[in-house]
Every structure is written in structure tokens, then in C-alpha cells.
Design a protein around this ligand. Structure first.
Ligand code: GLU
Length: 557
């Protein structure tokens, strides 16, 4: 029998691809609690739903957990994590175990075979709907005689196994919510073994939590309604109840529930707005799949399809999965910190902390009941703080690693020293690793392809005044052509004297037209860094082209 004083928590995801914020928060709480209590954290893959895939793509969340720095003591092998006595940790490999326990329930009369076909059940549901009644399975199969059951089994009739729900109140003790009661008669006899022989989620979770000696189940409140079923099954099987802690749901700032379906929701709305009737070819979505996706709000596009469609529609998708935040340039330790605050806070009220602090302070009694709001601005502010606090060397090395994975075009474009310079020049203003990449596109462009958009700051710096920015550029170009030592310090000296000569010492008046000429816009890293990273030849050519395009940039001047 399990030692009740040993804390064992588990995270039990279904293999449906990447880890979303809600799942990550559950995993984090389970992990932190086990660490705090000197217990063990288990990872179990709930892959008994045959309709879902459990191939490698489905296990992408293992990478996400590793990226966040969450390791597990028992579970599927991954890097250094994994192994353990209570395996296998894939439910699909535990069917024999479930069968043993099904037999126990059949023998004790707590479960019975039900032979209704899906068509018959659908029909019964329809009738209930037409009569404006809630459908509840009528226990017809419970009254079959032993002979009839044997006859059906001999005929090989497909059937499910249902749990006979006792007619009494069910009480769930929850660490966060207190006592949660369910009145008698609220539950129907639910299915515990599907017609394909696989256990349902409810059954597998109860058996596994017991055999894996899980002491604390910490999970999202969306599972609260399931817990009454789990408690009944535990009683029928003679298992002890683990402690339950149901954590509040996570909401978007607009009050809607944050969901892995948010991306599809946004895409569907835009598709409708833009009147797109057939799938854009770039997305590779088939016409019939498109029609189904448009109608059925529970269907999600694949990550790739969603990204491609967002590109066609020219919209940014909200970050929902841990992998989205990684791609958007957030630091794993910052996301981990922020996730910990979604429903929990340390006793001393601090908001910014690292994993060690969390693991030494996390406790269930500081989990709150109230809904958690996912505030992206706050997360971004945390990320900015963490980036600012980093040493320059650490920043460069982590930014380089991130670019290698997510934006290799920058690594390919710059040589080692220039990449280093590019990274350092961006550290000061950067809120996420994505910022330099987004604002630095001009570095990668062909000199002949750069354009100057007709936006106010461009016109103001280049077209207005007497002399205008373009006039100043024209006057400065010959001087810049002569600069031999194209370094930040020598350019600074050159610009100082150009400012004296052309703008009464106002450096901005000479620097801003140059910045816009070489980058196409008003924002870039510090000007001398920008010029050095770009290189002399590109800078001169871009200024020349800017002057050549004078009539287009400043029409009528
Ligand atoms: N497989 C379930 C899920 O992914 C696990 C729920 C639980 O923690 O019991 O939601």
C-alpha cells in the first residue's frame, strides 16, 4: 500500500501536440508541489482515445515541458528524465491492467455490459431533445437476463461497459474549493469501457492514479465535473481518494475563456469578414476540410495550416501554446514565472521569481479560487525586465541560440562578429527576442529592394524644412563616401562635424535622415551601430537610392 506521507503528483496530458498555457500551468503546479514536498512528479500519457494520434507530433509537448525546465521523475524517457517503477506510462500499453479491474467491477455488480448501438442511443437522445428533456441512459441493458447477455456475447455483439451509479449524494473534498457536492440522480450510468475495448478517460485515470500511487491530483477546474465520477469509481474499486486541487480557469483580458481554440476562432471570424469562400491554395487545406472547419467550432486547423492562413489574412495569431511563446521570443524562465502567478502567489507578495524560489515556496493553500487573467502586457513587461537584467554576453549567446532555431536567416546573413554586434546593439530596447528580428528585416534586404513608405515620420525627417532631410543627405553623401575607417567611433566624429556644418550641431537632424535612408523607416538600433552592421557599401548605396527616389518619397518638393 502506498505511503500516504509521500507526495506523488502527476501530469497526464493527451498526446495532442503542443502544450497550451492551461496544461503548462497544471504541469507546473504539480511539479513545484512535488519539488517543495520532496516528492515525485510523474508524467503519464493518456493515449487511449484511438481517434487522436499519439505519434511523435502528438508528443511535441515533451519538448515544451523540457523548454520550460520542468523535468519528471517517472514517465516516458526523454533526455535525462523518465523511467520509473509504476510504468508503463503510456495508457495504451496498460490495457491488461484495466481489464483486470473491469472484471472486478463486473463481478461485484458495479458495472454492466450495455449493448445499445450508437444509432439507438442517438435516436433516444433526439427524442429526449424533442421533448425538451435532458437525456439520461435508461439502464435498459441492466435488466437483461444472464442468458440474453451470454447470447449477445456469443453473437459477438459490440458493447460498452457502464458503471452503475449509486443513488446517493457524492461529495468531493477539494483543497482549493472545499466540499463540492453533487445531488443524487445527477449522473447517468457512464461508460467506462468503450466498444473498442479501450477504457474511457474516467476509468483509466482512476486506475492509474491509484496504481501509480498518486497522492495529489492538481488540475484545471474544467475537470471538476469529472471528479465525482472518479470518486465513485475509487470507492467501487477499493482505492483511496487522492487529494484534489482544482485550479481556476484562465481567461483572456476580454473575459472569454483562454482556449486552444482561440486561434481558430480569430481565423474563422476574419475568413468570414473577408468573405473567403474557398481555402487559399497556400494553406494546403482541402475544400471539404475547409467547409467542415468553417462550420464546426470544435475543429482546429493544424499549427502549420493556421500559420499559413494567418499569413494570407495578414493577422497575428494569439499565443496560446508554450511553443507560441517560445517562437515569440519569450524566455522560458519568464513564462514559468508568469504561469505560476495564474492562480497562485507567494506569501511575501513578490511577483518576479525563479524556479528555485517557486520550488521552495509553492504550496496548495495559496492557490486562489478566483479566475486567473492572462495579461500579455504584464508577461511582456516581465520579459523586458529579465532581458535588461541579463549580462550582454548571456543575451548574445541566448539570442544566438534562439535565432538558430527560429530565424536562421539572420545567422546565415551575418558573419559571427557582425551577428554579435547586431545582438549587442539591440539589447537595450528589446522586449523579446522577436523585436530585433522584426525591426531588423532591413539588414537582410537587398540594397536595390529597399523602399521608403509614405508614412509621417519618414516625410517629416526627409521632406520637411529648408533644407530638408534629403538636402542634408545630399550634402553629407560625399563626406560619407570618403570615410575610410567605418567604425562607430570614427562615424561618431564624422557625424558630429556634419551636424555642426549642416544642422547647427543638432545630431538628430543629420542622423535621422541617414537612419531612414538606410533602413526604410524611423526605427533601428543606435545609428552608428546600424551603419557599421550594415557596412559602408550598403549604406552608401541605400543613401544614393533614397536620393534617386526623391520624387516618389517627397512628391511635389
Ligand atoms: N488527459 C486529461 C487531459 O489532458 C488529464 C486530466 C487529468 O489531469 O485528470 O485533460
Amino acid at each position: 500500500m502506498a505511503d500516504p506521507s509521500i507526495v506523488r503528483t502527476r501530469f497526464a496530458p493527451s498526446p495532442t501536440g503542443h502544450l497550451h498555457v492551461g496544461g503548462a500551468r497544471s504541469a507546473l503546479f504539480c511539479w513545484a508541489y512535488a519539488r517543495r514536498q520532496g516528492g515525485r512528479f510523474l508524467l503519464r500519457i493518456e493515449d487511449t482515445d484511438q481517434k487522436r494520434s499519439s505519434d511523435a507530433a502528438g508528443l511535441a509537448f515533451l519538448e515544451d515541458l523540457a523548454w520550460l525546465g520542468i523535468d519528471w521523475d517517472e514517465g516516458p524517457e526523454h533526455n535525462t528524465c523518465g523511467g520509473g517503477e509504476a510504468g508503463p506510462y503510456f495508457q495504451s500499453q496498460r490495457l491488461d491492467i484495466y481489464n483486470e479491474h473491469f472484471d472486478r467491477l463486473i463481478e461485484s455488480g458495479a458495472a454492466y455490459r450495455a449493448f445499445e448501438t450508437p444509432e439507438e442511443l442517438n435516436e433516444a437522445r433526439k427524442i429526449a431533445r424533442a421533448n425538451k428533456q435532458a437525456y439520461r441512459y435508461d439502464r435498459a441493458s441492466l435488466n437483461l437476463s444472464d442468458e440474453t447477455i451470454q447470447q449477445y456475447l456469443d453473437e459477438g455483439r459490440p458493447h460498452v461497459l457502464r458503471f452503475k451509479v449509486p443513488d446517493r449524494e457524492i461529495v468531493v473534498q477539494d483543497v482549493v474549493l472545499g466540499e463540492v457536492r453533487l445531488a443524487p440522480g445527477e449522473l447517468e450510468d457512464f461508460v467506462i469501457r468503450k466498444a473498442d475495448g479501450f477504457p474511457t478517460y474516467h476509468f483509466a485515470v482512476v486506475v492509474d492514479d491509484a496504481l501509480m500511487e498518486v497522492s495529489h491530483v492538481i488540475r484545471g477546474q474544467e475537470h471538476l465535473a469529472n471528479t465525482s465520477k472518479h470518486v465513485l469509481l475509487q470507492e467501487a474499486l477499493g482505492f483511496r481518494h487522492p487529494a484534489y486541487a482544482h485550479v481556476s480557469l484562465i481567461f483572456n483580458p476580454d473575459g472569454s475563456k483562454m482556449s486552444k481554440r482561440d486561434k481558430d476562432k480569430l481565423l474563422r471570424a476574419r475568413v468570414k469578414e473577408q468573405g473567403l469562400e474557398s481555402p487559399p491554395v497556400e494553406t494546403g487545406i482541402a475544400a471539404d476540410a475547409w467547409a467542415i472547419w468553417l462550420k464546426d467550432k470544435t475543429i482546429q486547423l493544424s499549427t502549420e495550416q493556421a500559420v499559413l492562413l494567418a499569413e494570407v489574412l495578414d493577422i497575428e495569431l494569439p499565443e496560446i501554446d508554450v511553443a507560441d511563446f517560445e517562437k515569440a521570443g519569450y524566455l522560458p524562465e519568464v513564462l514559468l514565472n508568469y504561469l505560476a502567478l495564474l492562480g497562485w502567489s507567494p506569501a511575501d507578495g513578490r511577483e518576479q521569481f525563479d524556479a528555485d524560489f517557486l520550488c521552495s515556496n509553492f504550496d496548495l493553500d495559496r492557490i486562489v479560487k478566483s479566475p486567473a487573467k492572462f495579461d500579455r502586457d504584464k508577461l511582456l513587461a516581465f520579459n523586458l525586465d529579465a532581458l535588461q537584467e541579463m549580462s550582454e554576453d548571456e543575451f548574445v549567446s541566448r539570442f544566438r541560440g534562439w535565432c538558430e532555431v527560429h530565424h536562421p536567416e539572420y545567422r546565415r546573413h551575418f558573419d559571427e562578429a557582425t551577428f554579435d554586434h547586431f545582438a549587442r546593439a539591440n539589447k537595450e530596447r528589446c522586449k523579446s527576442f522577436l523585436d530585433p528580428v522584426k525591426s531588423g528585416r532591413f539588414f537582410l534586404m537587398d540594397d536595390e529592394a529597399l523602399e521608403w513608405p509614405a508614412i509621417k515620420p519618414v516625410r517629416k525627417a526627409l521632406c520637411n524644412g529648408e533644407p530638408s532631410g534629403l538636402d542634408r543627405l545630399e550634402a553629407m553623401l560625399p563626406v560619407l563616401r570618403e570615410v575610410e575607417d567605418w567604425t562607430a567611433s570614427s562615424l561618431e566624429a564624422t557625424f558630429d562635424s556634419l551636424a555642426q556644418e549642416h544642422a547647427e550641431g543638432n545630431l538628430g537632424k543629420v542622423a535621422q535622415p541617414v537612419r531612414i535612408a538606410v533602413s526604410g523607416g524611423p526605427v533601428s538600433p543606435p545609428i552608428f551601430d546600424t551603419l557599421v552592421i550594415l557596412g559602408k557599401a550598403s549604406c552608401i548605396r541605400r543613401i544614393e537610392r533614397c536620393l534617386e527616389n526623391r520624387d516618389v518619397i517627397c512628391p511635389g518638393n
